[in-house]
Design a binder for this molecule. Structure first.
Ligand code: GLN
Length: 558
């Protein structure tokens, strides 16, 4: 079935959620994606978000977590990061659609007169637009498109999406659609029981929109016993083998196997009339990930100096990429979340020296930047392996300019408009653009690495491509000075205008990248920069504290 399928034969799996948000719908959908891919099917994924923002690009990370950037520069929901990491396929801006983006397209068409004076309505115009977004994704030769609907079935904004996915079964045929509903089965301590009532109610709500689920995935802290599965099966009118128990997992990378044992992929295949014998499952690649997750190893403490550290979801891809590096080396990653504003105090008290490695991740705005500069100085001077990502690279340059070049007051123009030494600045052609969104460098850009540089050694190639999301650049007026003082600009844009990577040679690991390498890391293929950062941090850890063997170790929950 894979290879050469006509897009008209594409099958759809729709994931809806009930009872509560944050049940891990994205991870469950991603895990199913992995299982289906492991059956040799070509899988792609998509997220429909009922909120009104046009994209998550301008949303506060505190509220919404990280903005995940696709190859083509889409600023998307962080669930797309899970999708890419689990199914190991690059997605694009079309893989995420919000109510805001759908309405703005419809209103544009209405103003252009495309509707020829007709009354424009939620049904059919909004639902048609939602369906056309899904069909566009399905055109890419996929055997199966997994579509996650954000939010929960009772939400007011979700109604057009439920209506659209209901219609899809009629449009593409009964055997080409599978509805999976994710619910919560809570354990109530006073009665000592797991309760099915919330599941019943949320399935009733889904049915009131005309959707009868084919599969119910029950999230719970304890496995759902057979008797309870029978009860849910009866109440919700699904076969008992289509009631899948999904207990809290110690690591997200264990979820595919857990769902496989519960038979999720088999039920989905049966619903979609995919012949399981012709598509036997081969999970060997994922098995290697699982074996690494469970491996005991030396504790490696990686400090992440950021301003959104109270909500680690704001750095989701960064921490996953560090974990991937840990899997590679058999190291146990202990993330230390360091509030940027407090970093100066941690430096003064000497607490920073407990770190084995440091990451200064991306960010916007002035808050906490001085703390990041202090942290980077500490890492540079005390030889703590340090990776600067985007704003992190910029902070490395500012720190070097101030403390090594002696350029007092050096700064990024973003933080200080009147700095005497704008070592990070907008490029000339950007300054005139008023609309801030318009000036952002977004998506994949190619860079060339200096032969023999650490960057080139780490990547193992001299031309790379990484995803970007920033406005400011290293000011070319200063790059020669920085270079002469020992901060090598080891990665450059092909036209030599933009600095893409910096590094200090005489250091265990001091590397900055203007890009966001975290988006391209995979559990079985860690990104080279994270792999090498963790490698250098591991060397430091092993030289500083004895090897810690913890046989019960399972990586910390994500
Ligand atoms: N604020 C910086 C810029 O716009 C860095 C952005 C980032 O770290 N993603 O250039």
């Amino acid at each position: 079935m894979s290879g050469g399928r006509r897009s008209g034969d594409t099958k759809f799996v729709f994931f809806t959620g009930g009872v509560s948000s944050s049940l891990g719908k994205g991870l469950t959908a991603s895990s199913l994606g992995r299982l289906l891919k492991s059956r040799g099917l070509k899988v792609t994924m998509m997220k429909l978000d009922p909120y009104l923002n046009v994209d998550p690009g301008t949303m506060n990370p505190f509220e919404h977590g990280e903005v995940f950037v696709t190859e083509d520069g889409g600023e998307t929901d962080l669930d797309l990061g899970h999708y890419e990491r689990f199914i190991d396929e690059n997605l694009n801006r079309e893989s995420n659609a919000t109510t805001g983006s759908i309405y703005s397209e419809i209103i544009l068409k209405e103003r252009r007169g495309d509707y020829l004076g007709k009354t424009v309505q939620v049904i059919p115009h909004v639902t048609d637009e939602i369906k056309s977004r899904m069909m566009r994704v399905a055109e890419g030769e996929a055997d199966v498109v997994i579509v996650e609907i954000g939010g929960t079935v009772g939400d007011i904004e979700i109604v057009p999406f439920l209506e659209a996915i209901r219609q899809v079964r009629r449009d593409v045929g009964r055997d080409n659609v599978c509805y999976v509903h994710l619910t919560l089965v809570p354990f109530l301590a006073p009665s000592g029981e797991q309760k099915t009532k919330p599941t019943q109610h949320s399935v009733t709500e889904l049915r009131s929109r005309g959707i009868q689920p084919d599969v119910i995935v029950c999230r719970s802290d304890q496995p759902i016993p057979a008797a309870l599965k029978r009860k849910i099966s009866l109440q919700c009118d699904v076969p008992v083998e289509a009631v899948v128990s999904a207990v809290d997992a110690p690591s997200i990378y264990l979820i595919p196997h857990m769902l496989r044992e519960e038979g999720l992929d088999s039920v989905v295949c049966r619903t979609l009339r995919i012949d399981e014998d012709r598509h036997p499952i081969d999970l060997s690649r994922w098995d290697t990930v699982v074996s690494r997750v469970n491996m005991p190893g030396t504790i490696v403490r990686i400090g992440i100096v950021g301003k959104y550290v109270n909500l680690p979801d704001a750095y989701l891809s960064v921490i996953e990429a560090v974990r991937h590096g840990g899997f590679y080396h058999g190291a146990r990653i202990e993330a230390q979340w360091l509030q940027a504003e407090e970093a100066e105090n941690l430096v003064k008290s000497g607490e920073m020296s407990y770190l084995d490695g440091m990451i200064v991740p991306g960010g916007f705005g002035e808050r906490g930047v001085e703390g990041k500069i202090a942290a980077v100085e500490f890492a540079r001077v005390h030889e703590i392996p340090c990776l600067g990502i985007c704003l992190g690279l910029q902070v490395m340059v500012v720190e070097y300019a101030r403390h090594v070049l002696g350029l007092e007051g050096a700064n990024s123009r973003e933080m200080d408009r009147f700095t005497p030494h704008p070592v990070i600045d907008l490029m000339d052609d950007q300054r005139s653009v008023v609309d801030k969104g318009g000036t952002m460098r977004l998506g994949s850009y190619v860079a060339k690495l200096r032969p023999g540089s650490r960057a080139a050694v780490i990547y193992g190639v001299e031309v790379i491509s990484e995803r970007h999301r920033h406005r400011y650049e290293v000011n070319p007026r200063y790059s020669r000075q920085l270079e002469a003082a020992g901060l090598a600009c080891s990665g450059m844009s092909p036209d030599d205008r933009l600095v893409e990577m910096v590094e200090v040679a005489d250091h265990p690991f001091f590397v900055g990248t203007q890009a966001h390498p975290e988006f391209k890391s995979r559990p079985d293929r860690p990104h080279p920069l994270f792999r090498e950062l963790v490698g250098a941090a591991l060397v430091r850890a092993e030289s500083r504290h004895p090897r810690i063997i913890d046989l019960d170790y399972i990586s910390d929950p994500a």
